[in-house]
Design a protein around this ligand. Structure first.
Ligand SMILES: Nc1ncnc2c1ncn2[C@@H]1O[C@H](COP(=O)(O)OP(=O)(O)O)[C@@H](O)[C@H]1O
Ligand SMILES: [Mg+2]
Length: 291
């Protein structure tokens, strides 16, 4: 079970003066259970890439399959397979349109042809999952919520479709730090508790390094790096810089300390790790000096 991109290219506005090749020979397999981070400079092709994962865009050349079904097929099987891939767009609150939160979340499941009872069940479960109390919120308008809450409603609408794969395009864009934490905690829970395969687009390395089990870096429509996040930070800093991707400051700090002679581990993902690594290195130094 996986999503496979087989040598796909995508051209916007083919045969017009605005022709633009946004993806150029991308080959990639997203495995079940994975948490894939997708990073790259603005315009590197991230959004174009993820829109291929549920058949919103079809490649100009190459092929996209989900669980071995070609998404470009005009069969019922291909249509059903597209529904196993849930997509949360950048600024998903722009997709909200029903007058109540419950109706908004029910829209997708209803379109799947489920019975009223099943739809209601899905809505309740999805709201519970994203931490919106049904009795409090079901009948409220989605347009009077905070930015973070609106995004939760949008994510609940996708969760209610019971997808096997969840694709998120910059889900924290424009949120304050609190809203970002909320959204990321939720995504981590979806991955851990529901076992959903996640592909998350971000331009924030620290967010990605905290969550992703694997990272790809896009540059000019090409996948230039594909590895564990930590391996990429530690060993491919130059390529990252060339691709216009910022490296987490905490990684830079650890490298600097090491160069200055403090024997710290540079294998850190966040500030907590860094504090532990620095304390450990300082203790070791003290012991060393006392001897
Ligand atoms: N609808 C479109 N029409 C024409 N060109 C587009 C369109 N959408 C994106 N592009 C171009 O394709 C390239 C990749 O864009 P995109 O996938 O949005 O990158 P990212 O999400 O990494 O910022 C960019 O050069 C962008 O200008
Ligand atoms: Mg984008």
């Amino acid at each position: 079970m996986s999503i496979v991109l087989d040598n796909i290219s995508y051209v916007y506005g083919a045969h017009t003066p605005y022709e633009k090749k946004a993806l150029d020979g991308v080959t990639l397999e997203i495995h079940e259970g994975e948490f894939l981070g997708i990073i790259g400079h603005t315009g590197s092709g991230k959004s174009t890439l993820v829109q291929h994962l549920n058949g919103l865009l079809h490649p100009t050349s190459g092929k996209v399959t989900v669980n071995d079904v070609d998404l470009a097929d005009k069969t019922e099987e291909a249509r059903n397979m597209r529904h196993t891939v849930g997509m949360v767009f950048q600024y998903p609150e722009h997709q909200l349109f029903e007058e109540t939160i419950a109706k908004d979340i029910a829209f997708g499941p209803r379109n799947l042809g489920l019975s009223g009872e099943e739809v209601d069940e899905r809505v309740r479960e999805a709201m519970k999952f994203v931490g919106l109390d049904y009795d409090t919120y079901a009948e409220r308008s989605p347009f009077h919520l905070s930015g973070g809450q609106m995004r939760r409603v949008a994510i609940a609408g996708v969760v209610a479709l019971n997808p096997s794969y969840l694709i998120l395009d910059e889900p924290s864009a424009g949120l304050d730090p609190f809203g970002r934490e909320e959204i990321f905690d939720e995504i981590i829970r979806l991955h851990k508790e529901k076992g959903i395969t996640v592909a998350l687009v971000s331009h924030n390395m620290e967010d990605i390094s905290r969550m992703a089990t694997r990272l790809i870096v896009l540059d000019g429509g090409h996948v230039i790096l594909d590895d564990e996040p930590l391996t990429i930070f530690m060993h491919h800093r130059e390529e990252l810089q060339k691709a216009g991707v910022d490296v987490p400051p905490v990684s830079v700090l650890m490298e600097t300390l090491k160069h200055r002679g403090l024997p710290v581990s540079t294998e850190v993902r966040n500030v907590d790790d860094a504090v532990m690594a620095i304390e450990k290195a300082l203790k070791e130094q003290e012991v060393h000096h006392a001897e």
